[in-house]
Design a protein around this ligand. Structure first.
Ligand code: AMP
Length: 511
């Protein structure tokens, strides 16, 4: 089916429900949203001359029109290329050229960042800004019927965040995103008309993916005025919008928990916090449950299997009497309903519970491949399984614990050390707000463990105290040889800690 069918079904069932909101304001009902989409789609294939299967890029801030453009692409059978709006002009140019988009949609805020790229990139014919005259004209035409698509037709080129190397465009088909949506209902949560999702994370990534189940159920998509994540603004929006879902990177959850206004705020309207995209530390999660109640669901996924490999459900978060409760909270949960997940060795043989290997998965949610990159596609989809690049191990009950990406693993004296384990221990110190552990080159050992630590206001963690904590909790050889105290950890636009930068910092220091 065409993903836009979710929208048109909802427009029939809940025409007057709020579809789009900005700040506290209602911007469009589902009747209005569906009409805007059908009108713009007609002009995409008409006036803008796009053909089925062509790519249209979206370089827009987090605003309601984002949704109109994306759904219009689907309605017209065009593949949308949502680009993280906070990238550098050179990165925009790379993605626009790589995907061969003929048209790029933008808004007033991002116009200057991409101005002129239509003259520099041969395939890019036009930039259309929602602030311009052309937009006014193409949004005032007549609606057209929805295009027929095949389930495997590309719907979304999802550019990986590229924490190392150049981003690659994962081809997500209509089938992949329908599967992601049905998996949301199966494992993550129920949504009803009258609920909402607040897009405080970029619509080009996970939050945008989770917009789809909300459209399918007639819930509102709300865009904060700031266009991003500001804890005070989120708490204010909660006073206005009921049944709210937030999709947050774990680092954003921590920022919300650390916000001084949280204790006094009324959070009754907060229905669900879906977190994922990076490790959530158990101490932070327990604090979150304590402060906000049982509103948490964890998802583990990647652009190549959008938001859907494993998960920790709300019920698992609440099962505090379980003998392995803490271990389960520190895991990424169990295989999602519609996904097969294995841990394999270098020869792709499935490993038994307890053994660490690469996490692979297959199912309808897995991408078709990378855009214009057959080598990477063949390597990543070897044998019909998506090779995630993440290392992990299952326990006897089918809970998967990630042991860091293979590139983040530290090999010291021939032994594998997984930073996550050490980070969990350091975060037990009441004076530690954030911790990230990386390897530093060492002549004798290959690598040695170094911890970057951000202290909070209440404490002044000393290397001696942290060392003792490690000695009390983990094997001696794993404990950091050095502690670097910093004001903040470097993060990308999705809130992921950039270990590559931390390693580069150490290299620069030692050279
Ligand atoms: P991206 O494709 O940019 O969303 O990045 C996906 C990567 O983020 C995964 O391969 C994991 O390394 C990491 N990741 C995603 N979800 C989780 C999670 N719940 N816990 C730990 N790491 C995660």
């Amino acid at each position: 089916m065409n993903l836009a069918a979710f929208l048109h079904r909802t427009a029939l069932l809940n025409p007057d429900a709020t579809a789009l909101g900005q700040g506290r304001a209602r911007v469009a009902t589902y009747r209005e949203f569906a009409r805007q989409v059908a009108v713009l789609a007609g002009q995409m294939t008409g006036r803008l001359g796009l053909k089925k299967g062509d790519r249209a890029a979206i370089v827009m801030a987090n605003v309601p029109d984002y949704m109109v453009v994306k759904y219009a692409c689907w309605h017209a059978g065009i593949c949308a290329v949502p680009v993280n709006a906070k990238l550098h002009r050179r990165e925009f140019a790379f993605i626009l050229e790589n995907c061969g988009a003929r048209v790029c949609f933008t808004n007033a805020e991002k116009e200057t960042a991409i101005a002129g790229l239509d003259g520099e990139i041969a395939t890019l014919e036009r930039i259309v800004s929602t602030g311009g005259r052309l937009w006014t004209e193409i949004t005032a035409a007549a609606p057209v019927p929805m295009a027929e698509v095949e389930p495997d037709d590309p719907a979304w080129l999802f550019y990986t965040s590229g924490t190392t190397g150049r981003p690659k465009g994962a081809i997500l088909s209509h089938r992949n995103l329908v599967s992601q949506t049905m998996n949301f209902f199966a494992d993550v949560g129920n949504i009803a008309s009258g609920d909402c999702i607040v897009h405080c994370a970029p619509a080009s990534h996970g939050s945008g993916c989770y917009g789809i189940p909300h459209v399918a159920r007639g819930a509102a998509q709300v865009f904060p005025d700031s266009g991003g994540f500001d804890p005070a603004e989120m708490l204010d929006l909660l006073q206005h919008w009921p049944g709210a879902t937030f999709f947050l990177a774990p680092t954003m959850v921590v920022r919300l928990l650390n916000h001084p206004g949280l204790a006094e705020a009324d959070t009754a309207n907060l229905k669900l916090i879906v977190y994922g995209g990076g490790p959530m530390y158990v101490e932070d999660l327990l604090r979150g449950i304590d402060m906000l109640g049982q509103k948490f669901v964890q998802i583990y996924g990647q652009g190549e299997a959008p938001m859907t490999i494993t998960g920790v459900t709300r019920a698992m978060h609440a099962d505090s009497g379980h003998p392995r409760y803490r271990a389960r909270l520190g895991s990424v949960g169990v295989a999602r309903t519609d996904v097969e997940v294995r841990v394999v060795d270098a020869g792709d043989n499935a490993l038994p519970a307890g053994e660490i290997g690469e996490v692979v998965c297959r199912g309808d949610v897995v991408m078709r491949g990378y855009w214009d990159n057959p080598e990477a596609t063949a390597a990543t989809l070897k044998g019909g399984w998506l090779h995630t690049g993440d290392m992990g191990a299952f326990d006897e009950d089918g809970f998967l614990t990630l042991k860091d990406r293979s590139k983040d693993m530290i090999i010291s004296g021939g032994t594998n050390i997984y930073p996550r384990e050490i980070e969990e221990v350091l975060l037990k110190h009441p004076g530690v707000r954030e911790a990230s552990v990386v390897g530093r080159k060492h002549e004798d050992w290959g690598e040695e463990v170094v911890a970057f630590v951000v202290a909070n206001e209440s404490g002044d963690p000393t290397p001696q105290a942290l060392d003792q904590l490690c000695l009390d909790n983990i094997a001696r050889f794993k404990r950091p040889k050095d502690y670097c105290f910093v004001d903040a950890l470097p993060k990308n636009n999705y809130g992921k800690v950039l270990k590559t930068e931390l390693r580069a910092l150490l290299e620069a220091e030692s050279s």
